[in-house]
Design a protein around this ligand. Sequence first.
Ligand code: ATP
Length: 317
Amino acid sequence: MLQQVNGRSPGFGARGGESLSEDLREFLVGEAPLHQLDDLTKVNPVTLETVLRCLQARYMADTFYTNAGCTLVALNPFKPVPELYTPELMREYHTAPQPQKLKPHIFTVGEQTYRNVKSLSEPINQSIIVSGESGAGKTWTSRCLMKFYAAVAASPTSWESHKVAERIEQRILNSNPVMEAFGNACTLRNNNSSRFGKFIQLQLNRAQQMTGAAVHTYLLEKTRVACQASSERNFHIFYQICKGASKDERLHWHLPEGAAFSWLPNPDRTLEEDCFEVTREAMLHLGIDTPTQNNIFKVRRKPTSPPSGRGDRRLLA
Ligand SMILES: Nc1ncnc2c1ncn2[C@@H]1O[C@H](COP(=O)(O)OP(=O)(O)OP(=O)(O)O)[C@@H](O)[C@H]1O
């Protein structure tokens, strides 16, 4: 069938085209409403049109997740859907005897992967790849997965280990605002576009409780610091500092009130990502204390000697 769809089958003639059109018509006016097809492998014939019509019907019915065999297709709702991400729903997917029998959801992927780690002999590492074009919802999805694991993999029995788990959970969740402040920017396609790739590793012990996390980042779009497309912005952190610094901090960081920086275009545009307090709070939770933060946020004066290169982590404005 796929060969016919592509129209490249050697035997693809007028008759083949007719039968495909018939199949297509039959499928589209068939008895099962399209939005009820929760797995794209059930779509028949598999054509771009049928797949898109199915996803569109599900989108119109506020159903944003669809299976495609062992892959999950996540549609960006472009609106808040809080009921899709409640702790109760996390628990439901976590405790379900067969989560794959529940409605397709990112929590199914999270839970199945979590269960796959456990093996009778040796634990098996698992990976989830979140891919899609800019604005598709990758960052959102990764955040959901981290929240899910922070909830399900941090429920130890003793009070002491509960405290440790809570601290790890907080640190994992707090890594997001920090990474997003320093690595995300407003682009034409996405107000909060990640300008870097990341590999997030969550570490579990034998009891499947979270014991730590590591984040490896790569391909940061460093050129954005000095060069931004028109209507785009520099990294969020620069705007956060300019908008959120107190009078004392401005003095300390060499940041005059109302200063305009040519590398910070579109400063009047206010985004929800501009919240400096959230970034600073998250940095504190990650162990980046106030003196270190001050050192990071200080605007560097014109160097009297050549810049020290890679080791200098202060932000240029
Ligand atoms: N499941 C969701 N529920 C509600 N809003 C969502 C969801 N997924 C994405 N969004 C919205 O879409 C915006 C863009 O999503 P996100 O930043 O995750 O895209 P991305 O794929 O990471 O893009 P980029 O590659 O540019 O970083 C989010 O800021 C959020 O407003």
